[in-house]
Ligand binder design. Structure first.
Ligand code: SAM
Length: 436
C-alpha cells in the first residue's frame, strides 16, 4: 500500500527528496526521520537510496505500528523508535550512532491522526477532547480546558493560536465549564464560535481552528520539544549532512528559522579583534526563506497549504566546546600586547594557529563596534611595535596553566569587556594586572 492509500500524502515530497539526495547517496548513509507518521517520506527515500538506513521516530505508537505494516520488506532497513523527537541524542547514543547524514522533521499531526475522531484533534467530528500524540502522556486537552485558569487559557490561545479573541474565548470556556465540564470537541468548537463577534464568525474558516491548534501545542509541548530537538538534530549531522524541516505554522517556522540563522552566522562577539575559529558558521542554508508547496501539489493535497520548508547543510565539523579550547599562543606577553593594540596576533597568527608551524594568517580587520565604531581599519604590523595601545573594548586576561596538567602550554583567553573599563570599574589594563 502506498502512503496516499494509507490516508496520508507526504508533503513536498519531491523537494524533500531533491534536498536530501546529496547527503544520502553515500553507502551506509543514515537518515533520522524524526516524524515517521505513515512513513510516506521514509518509503520514498528508501527507494531512492538502496544503501540507506532510517532511524524512524514517532511519539504515536499507532504511527509506528501502521508504518511497520506499510514498510513491508523495507522494515529491515528501518529502526523504529517510539519516542518524542527531543530524545534524539539519547536515541542516537543508544544506537551507537554519534552522527547521521540527514534529519527530516515533518511537524504537526498526520492526516490519519486528524481523521480518527477518537484522537480528538479535529473540530469537525465529535470526540473526547484528547489531542495527545503520545497516548501515554498525562495531559489531555480536556484537562487543560477544565483546569487552567482563565488567564492561563487566554495566554495559550493568544500565544500558540495567535487568536485575537483569546480572552473572550477563555472567559467563555470558564463560564461553560462551571455548568458542566467541557469534554467533547464539538462542544468546545461551539463555545468558541459563540464567544467571538458575529462578524468574525463569517471569515477565515472554522473559528475553532486556532483554539484547537493552541490546545494541541500545549498538550504536546510542541514548541518546547521543537526548541530542544532542532539544535540536537543540527549537532547530530556529519559534515555534508542535511536537515529538512517542514513546519505548518509560523510559531514552529520561527523556531527553525532562528536556530538555522544562528548556525549559519559567525558568532564571534562584536568588537573582538580576531574572529574565533570556533565561532565560524558550521552550516550553510540550502533554502532562501521558507519554501512553499507548488499550486499543483495544493490542488492534489489541500492539507499541504500551510507547509513551509527550510533546509541546511553542515559545512564544518563541530568545534569542541570553546571553554575547553582556549586560544593558544606561545608568546603570551606578545599576544597580550598585540591584542591590546587591536592586532590579530603576533606575526599575524590567528588564535589557535600557533601549533601549526608556517601558518601565516593575514591580519584581520577590527570589527566596528563600541569604542571602535567608525574607526575600523585593517591592523598594520607597525601597530604591534609599541606606542600607546589602542582601546579595543576587549580585555586580554592573563595566561593560565591548565589545572592538573603541569607543564602544559600557557593558554590565553580573550574575554569581552563591556568597554575599555572592565566590570571591576578599573581601566582594562589595570584590571588585567589586578586579575593576576
Ligand atoms: C505530519 S506527520 C508526518 C508524516 C510523514 N512525514 C509521512 O509522510 O507519513 C507528523 C508525525 O509526527 C509525529 N510527531 C509529532 N510531534 C512529535 C514529537 N514531538 N515527537 C515524535 N513524533 C512526533 C506525529 O505523531 C505524526 O505521526
Amino acid at each position: 500500500m502506498n502512503a496516499a492509500a494509507s490516508g496520508h500524502i507526504p508533503v513536498m515530497l519531491d523537494r524533500v527528496r531533491e534536498l536530501l539526495a546529496p547527503a544520502l547517496d553515500a553507502a551506509g548513509a543514515v537518515l533520522v526521520d524524526a516524524t515517521l507518521g505513515r512513513a510516506g517520506h521514509t518509503i520514498a527515500l528508501l527507494r531512492d537510496h538502496p544503501g540507506l538506513h532510517v532511524i524512524a521516530i514517532d511519539a504515536d505508537q499507532a504511527a509506528i505500528e501502521e508504518s511497520r505494516r506499510l514498510l513491508g520488506a523495507d522494515i529491515s532497513r528501518v529502526t523504529l523508535v517510539n519516542a518524542v523527537y527531543d530524545q534524539l541524542p539519547t536515541i542516537l547514543a543508544g544506537l551507537g550512532r554519534p552522527s547521521v547524514q540527514a534529519v527530516l522533521f515533518d511537524l504537526g499531526v498526520s492526516s490519519p491522526q486528524l481523521d480518527e475522531p477518537a484522537r480528538g484533534f479535529s473540530y469537525a467530528q465529535d470526540a473526547p477532547l484528547d489531542m495527545r500524540m503520545n497516548r501515554d502522556g498525562d495531559l489531555t486537552a480536556a484537562e487543560v480546558v477544565n483546569s487552567y485558569q482563565a488567564v492561563q487559557l487566554a495566554r495559550i490561545l493568544s500565544e500558540y493560536g495567535e487568536e485575537r479573541f483569546a480572552r473572550r474565548i477563555a472567559e467563555a470556556i470558564v463560564r461553560e465549564r462551571e455548568r458542566a465540564p467541557v469534554t467533547s470537541t464539538l462542544r468546545l468548537a461551539e463555545i468558541v464560535r459563540q464567544a467571538i463577534p458575529a462578524a468574525a464568525r463569517r471569515t477565515g474558516g472554522n473559528p475553532a481552528k486556532r483554539t484547537f491548534q493552541a490546545l494541541r501545542i500545549e498538550v504536546n509541548d510542541e514548541l518546547g520539544t521543537l526548541r530542544r530537538a532542532v539544535p540536537a538534530a543540527l549537532d547530530a549531522v556529519a559534515v555534508g549532512g542535511r536537515i529538512v524541516v517542514l513546519a505548518y505554522h509560523s510559531l514552529e517556522d520561527r523556531i527553525v528559522k532562528r536556530e538555522f540563522a544562528k548556525r549559519v552566522t559567525d558568532s564571534t562577539p562584536v568588537g573582538l579583534p580576531v574572529p574565533l575559529a570556533c565561532a565560524r558558521p558550521q552550516f550553510r542554508l540550502l533554502t532562501s526563506g521558507a519554501q512553499r508547496p507548488a499550486q499543483a501539489e495544493l490542488a492534489a493535497n489541500p492539507r499541504a497549504a500551510s507547509a513551509r520548508l527550510r533546509a541546511t547543510e553542515r559545512s564544518l565539523d563541530p568545534c569542541p566546546s570553546p571553554a575547553d579550547q582556549p586560544t593558544r599562543w606561545p608568546a603570551a606577553g606578545q599576544a597580550r600586547q598585540a591584542a591590546a593594540a587591536g592586532l590579530a596576533s603576533p606575526a599575524g597568527q590567528e588564535p589557535g594557529s600557533a601549533d601549526k608551524p608556517g601558518t601565516s594568517a593575514r591580519p584581520r580587520p577590527i570589527r566596528p563596534s563600541g569604542a571602535n565604531r567608525g574607526r575600523s581599519r585593517p591592523a598594520r604590523p607597525s601597530d604591534a611595535g609599541g606606542g600607546r595601545p589602542r582601546r579595543t573594548g576587549w580585555l586580554v586576561l592573563p595566561a593560565r596553566r591548565r589545572a592538573g596538567q603541569p607543564g602544559s602550554p600557557n593558554f590565553l583567553c580573550l574575554a569581552a569587556a563591556r568597554s575599555a573599563r572592565g566590570r571591576s570599574g578599573l581601566p582594562a589594563r589595570r584590571q588585567h594586572h589586578a586579575s593576576r
